[in-house]
Design a protein around this ligand. Structure first.
Ligand SMILES: Nc1ncnc2c1ncn2[C@@H]1O[C@H](COP(=O)(O)OP(=O)(O)OP(=O)(O)O)[C@@H](O)[C@H]1O
Ligand SMILES: [Mg+2]
Length: 271
């Protein structure tokens, strides 16, 4: 059985879709079988970042409503054999996602893939709670700024109460992915420090992704950054994060600083 990951945040525009695509591709580039699932019904973005927007015929809602088989809706990546996309519908709304339908689709995907990575919509409404409902692992994407950290804290509360794991009294594995980290702004004190974010959120750090033009360039050519430019700083940070997801223990360096954060990877509570 594969693992179900939700990539979530509360606040919008922090890098969930970018991270879903990059981590999904990174895991698949290492040979794992991966499907990335777009739960952002109505907005539909993951297919663009994956460069598959012209190939979407059927989507998650079609499958849930019985209008297409799962195998018809899965889009196989043209670059990485083991990478698949299940797109969201642009024309329907979130009400078309039923809890029973989502459960069926996730169960089917779990039995066919090593990783099922669900790209959550922003906010704490229905779409976001459905995206996290079946997760084994949550990646909380946060920017180093107060509003993003505050919203992540709320999401962590939901992960600990509204998910199947929480309802069954099981622990949800949670990781913090700090994205759009700008070393120059951090130096000037315009952003929260990594330590401050870790103190507030108290969940283990999966990685720090630097703010980089490489991410924009990749999205403009319709490729996850790990595929568009695997040697760029954000791509390498995503590759490392993917290895940590698989249980490897690697030091984390704060962009622009030399010292690594080995001791903090496990979060303050565990320390
Ligand atoms: N590390 C980065 N460096 C520079 N730009 C980035 C980085 N990560 C994400 N972005 C840019 O930030 C914008 C928002 O990213 P993305 O769409 O991934 O966020 P999101 O959390 O999925 O947004 P939404 O909540 O709307 O779904 C995009 O234009 C993306 O290219
Ligand atoms: Mg998004």
């Amino acid at each position: 059985m594969g693992k179900v990951i939700v990539v979530t945040s509360g606040k919008g525009g922090v890098g969930k879709t970018t991270s879903t695509a990059a981590l999904g591709a990174a895991l698949a580039q290492n040979g794992d079988k991966v499907v990335v699932v777009d739960f952002d019904v109505g907005l539909r973005n993951l297919d663009l970042v994956m460069g598959a927007e012209r190939r979407v015929v059927y989507d998650l809602v079609n499958v849930i409503q019985g209008e297409a088989k799962l195998t018809q809706a899965l889009i196989r990546d043209k670059r990485v054999e083991t990478l698949y996309l299940l797109a969201a519908s642009q024309t329907r709304d979130k009400d078309n996602l039923t809890p029973e339908g989502v459960e069926k689709v996730i169960e089917a995907l779990k039995s066919a893939f090593d990783w099922v990575i669900c790209d959550s919509p922003a906010g704490i409404e229905r779409g976001a709670t459905l995206a996290m409902r079946h997760a084994d692992v949550a990646i909380v994407v946060t920017n180093p700024e107060v509003s993003s950290v505050r919203d992540s804290d709320r999401i962590i509360g939901l992960l600990d109460s509204k998910t199947l794991r929480a309802e069954n009294g099981e622990q949800m594995e949670k990781h913090l992915l700090l994205t759009r980290y700008d070393a120059a702004r951090a130096e000037r004190g315009d952003m929260l420090k990594v330590d401050d974010v870790l103190d507030i959120l108290s969940i283990p750090l999966l990685g720090i992704i630097p703010e980089s033009m490489d991410v924009l360039r990749a999205s403009n050519v319709g490729a996850p950054v790990t595929l568009a430019d695997g040697r760029s700083a954000p791509a390498m940070a995503y590759f490392d994060a993917a290895r940590r997801l698989k249980g490897e223990i690697l030091p984390i360096t704060i962009p622009g600083e030399k010292q690594s954060l080995f001791g903090r990877i496990f979060g303050r509570k565990a320390a």
